[in-house]
Design a protein around this ligand. Structure first.
Ligand SMILES: Nc1nc2c(c(=O)[nH]1)N[C@H]1C(S)=C(S)[C@@H](COP(=O)(O)OP(=O)(O)OC[C@H]3O[C@@H](n4cnc5c(=O)[nH]c(N)nc54)[C@H](O)[C@@H]3O)O[C@H]1N2
Ligand SMILES: Nc1nc2c(c(=O)[nH]1)N[C@H]1C(S)=C(S)[C@@H](COP(=O)(O)OP(=O)(O)OC[C@H]3O[C@@H](n4cnc5c(=O)[nH]c(N)nc54)[C@H](O)[C@@H]3O)O[C@H]1N2
Ligand SMILES: [Mo]
Length: 764
């Protein structure tokens, strides 16, 4: 290991904050201007516009931005990408290159002094590179040598469980399927993925209550919903195309309730990009009732609403609840009602921070409606009680009979564009027995049955040297994970770290004794194999599987596709594999045949995936079939309210995304929708809390997080007064990840509590 200092965190330096008026609506002219600017700077205008024309079109490539679905029918040129989709594409198709020459002139320790923004802007990696023990520079290595290095290291382990195989959510179905097959043939279920930090709590709660870990709605349901509740989600930034769906709900007379600690611009009003006349102007009002909830006050809020609904139901029996649905499809109703009755609304209100009148208004709206969709994302899934959050919203939908009918249901809005597909393909540390049985039958081997490490357990295992090899299929494990310094030590403890990546990121710099970067094709690039041009397939947030084909020439001849990289690793690492990995890579139809043979729902895969728009996977909850649960029915559950008690001057902090980033990929330093320009080291605070703590706007502060008896510190943040409930605060991910304790995680799902961190603020 080099003795030079390597920085796991971005520099503490401030970049020169400016402010802009917070816009009154999202999308519109400024979004289009911003998209074009990014495309022009990173890619060049002509090539860039050509690229956008292929984005999310039926013969084009799947936007790497998010997992929001494309319309089944008409697709407009402008509407099927959004500002942030354009930025994601610009990042991938960038003109900037990280070549072996770049690494010869830039040491790892020097690169680690840069911010994640600066690191990302260096560009796409062009060749496989290696850093040997004790060196401070990556250097070129042939693919063959790289694969052999991996094979040698993996074969030298005492147990296959000493290796960890991470996946981020951009990996295609074909690559993901091969990857998990390789890992299981190698002998372990150590397949942690970004889902562990993302929607794991949703999968856990939905499987228990409804029998399927995925959402139940389709895009068309938004055309029929009478009410959409958007909880803990900022679609204006993270799923901008969802605003069109919400716009449709409104146009057809539906209502929207928003539950969020922040008045996120996109949810308040938006300008439809499909209609240029509406690019400027006030935009369409989206939210009808805004519940500005305290961070982690959602269970308390839902309990008040449930209680109010129960009161109304008693006044007018049969008018509020769907008894027919409850009787036929559910269990646990009586116990649930008994539990609701034990709560006192007065005692719950302080936990929500919301005026009772507004909660009543929301409850009245819910009482009147029969077709309700609830959408949610990280604001519900990254808390200690996040599984309870989701189970509680399922209770509400069950009471209203709002699952398994048109215009109603669950809508966990996924992040990464193929994160849902990766799970379907078996990227999971806790695989189902049936799935392993199918693999064994098709591939004639003994699959490992012990559950593997998830993200948190993988970090712990590497820290304790129970695991010694880390392989990352995409992603940025170091910066995305909690407890940055602890995670850095875990990775540095490894004998070998390997990243299959498109762009340079900080995980490449915080490496094991030896490390490899294996550069792969991006979504937008043409994938040519021995039997011709290949396409891959992905599954969106609503269970539609469809094809994605790149059109750009690959940026370097030295790139391999992700499936080819998996095959290369497998060939070099598996001692007696009878599977012809090289043959599978010649034509991905062969991989899809194997998927069809092992995973239900993929019948006739190769034909159906070629149909325009793809096909829907089966979804039991969508069909009002709850038989896969343990009770064979949809389950009402009893959930506890949050047990957090804050000491004097302590705040709850949530870590959120700016409008200018994709997870750890930082597109720019602005957060236009929150009025912040050119600075990421900010903490949003309630003005009354600021006053009580003697803080003024733009004071520089250090943040200390408190967990058990431990403290963690993040230095130099600027205080910004903002519309946020008392005792709540917000910072950006990944700068504040150093404050998230590894062991602070959600019950059952083990998801790091990135939205509940107890902090104190210290003026410099
Ligand atoms: N442009 C862009 N698109 C993305 C991403 C990106 O980084 N950039 N990331 C992708 C990924 S992987 C994901 S998972 C999604 C993330 O999409 P989001 O979940 O929308 O992302 P966050 O910024 O984490 O926002 C969380 C929202 O929850 C609110 N919130 C926080 N705590 C609470 C709470 O206790 N209760 C309630 N009710 N609300 C709360 C916050 O105020 C914020 O509005 O987006 C995906 N799409
Ligand atoms: N504090 C805090 N932490 C969080 C969160 C939070 O809200 N707060 N959110 C969590 C969530 S929801 C998620 S999903 C995780 C995200 O965790 P990750 O998925 O691990 O992180 P990303 O930043 O999305 O990964 C970006 C990197 O992926 C690589 N990449 C991009 N495209 C491709 C591709 O096509 N193929 C390959 N092989 N590589 C590619 C690039 O090298 C890029 O640098 O972070 C989690 N961490
Ligand atoms: Mo995510």
């Amino acid at each position: 290991m080099s003795t030079k200092k390597i920085h796991a965190q971005p520099p503490e330096k401030l970049t020169g904050i400016e402010f802009k008026k917070i816009p009154s609506s999202a999308v519109g002219y400024k979004a289009i201007k911003s998209a074009i600017t990014h495309i022009k700077e990173e890619v060049g205008l002509v090539k860039g516009i050509g690229l956008l024309a292929k984005l999310n079109q039926k013969n084009g490539f799947d936007c790497p931005g998010c997992a929001w679905p494309d319309p089944d029918e008409k697709r407009a040129f402008l509407a099927e990408y959004c500002e942030n989709g354009a930025k994601a594409v610009a990042e991938e198709a960038t003109k900037n290159r990280v070549s072996p020459l770049f690494f010869a002139t830039h040491s790892i320790s020097k690169l680690s002094e840069l911010s994640d923004y600066e690191i990302g802007k260096k560009g796409r990696i062009t060749h496989p590179v290696v850093v040997y023990e004790g060196r401070d520079h990556y250097e070129e290595i042939s693919w063959e040598d790289a694969f052999n290095m991996i094979g040698k290291e993996l074969k030298s382990l005492t147990s296959p469980d000493e290796a960890i195989f991470y996946t981020s959510g951009r990996t295609s179905n074909e690559a993901a399927f091969l990857y998990q097959l390789f890992v299981r043939k190698f002998g372990t279920n150590n397949l942690p993925d970004c889902s562990n930090m993302c929607h794991e709590s949703s999968g856990t709660a939905l499987t228990e209550t409804l029998g399927i870990g995925k959402g139940s709605v389709t895009l068309d349901d938004f055309n029929h919903a009478e009410l959409v509740i958007v909880m803990g989600q900022n679609p204006g930034t993270n799923h901008p195309r969802m605003l069109s769906a919400l716009g449709e709900t409104k146009k057809r007379g539906g209502k929207i309730i928003t539950i969020n600690p922040l008045p996120e611009v996109g949810l308040m009003r938006y300008n439809d990009p499909q209609n240029p006349i509406k690019w400027i102007g006030k935009g369409q009002k989206l939210t009808d009732v805004f519940l500005q909830v305290k961070i982690n006050g959602d269970v308390a809020l839902l309990k008040i609403i449930l209680k109010l609904l129960w009161q109304k139901e008693q006044e007018t029996p049969g008018a509020i609840f769907d008894h027919e649905f409850i009787k036929t499809n559910t269990t646990g109703y009586e116990d649930f009602i008994t539990d609701v009755e034990t709560y006192s609304i007065e005692k719950l209100i302080p936990q929500t921070g919301i005026d009772f009148k507004i909660i009543e208004e929301a409850a009245t709206l819910i009482a009147q409606k029969k077709k309700i969709i609830i959408c949610w994302a990280m604001g519900l899934t990254q808390h200690k009680n996040s599984v309870d959050n989701i189970r509680e919203l399922v209770n509400l939908l069950l009471l209203k009979g709002s699952i398994g009918k048109q215009g109603a249901g669950t809508c966990p809005v996924r992040g990464h564009s193929n994160v849902q597909g990766d799970r379907t393909m078996g990227i999971w540390e806790k695989p189902k027995e049936d799935f392993l049985d199918n693999l064994e039958k098709e591939f004639n081997f003994k699959a490992p049955r012990n559950h593997g490490y998830d993200v948190v357990d993988a970090i712990e295992a590497m820290h304790q040297r129970k695991a010694r090899v880390f392989i990352g299929m995409g992603g940025n494990f170091l910066s995305a994970s909690p407890d940055t310094e602890y995670t850095a030590k875990a990775l540095q403890n490894c004998d070998l770290t390997v990243h299959v990546s498109t762009k340079l990121n900080r995980s490449h710099l915080i490496h094991g004794k030896k490390a490899l970067i294996l550069p792969c094709l991006g979504r937008s690039e043409k994938d040519v194999q021995e039997k011709g041009i290949q396409f891959v397939s992905v599954e969106n947030s609503m269970g539609v599987v469809h094809a994605s084909s790149g059109h750009l020439a690959p940026l370097s001849e030295s790139l391999l596709s992700e499936p080819a990289i998996v095959a290369g690793m497998a060939k070099a690492s598996l001692s007696n594999t009878t599977l012809n990995w090289a043959e599978l890579i010649k034509d991905y139809d062969g991989i899809r045949d194997k998927i069809e043979a092992t995973i239900p729902g993929f019948e006739n895969y190769n034909n159906r995936v070629r149909e325009k728009g793809g096909f829907y996977l089966p979804n039991t909850a969508r069909n009002k079939d709850f038989s896969p649960t343990l009770t064979g029915k949809a389950n009402f559950t009893i959930n506890a309210v949050s047990d957090i008690v804050l000491q004097k001057n302590q705040l709850i902090m949530m870590t959120i995304r700016t409008h200018d980033q994709y997870n750890t990929t930082i597109y720019g330093l602005d957060d236009r929708y929150r009025g912040i320009i050119n600075e990421r080291r900010v903490i949003f605070m309630n003005p009354t809390d600021m006053k009580e703590q003697g803080l003024e706007k733009l004071d520089t502060v250090d943040l200390i997080s408190h967990f058990n008896q431990e403290q963690r510190i993040a230095k130099s943040f600027l205080v910004i007064p903002y519309s946020i409930p008392k005792q709540c605060s917000a910072t950006y991910f990944p700068e504040a990840n150093v404050l998230v304790p590894l062991q602070s995680k959600a019950r059952i799902s083990n998801t790091p509590t990135s939205k509940t961190i107890i902090i104190t603020v210290h003026k410099k």
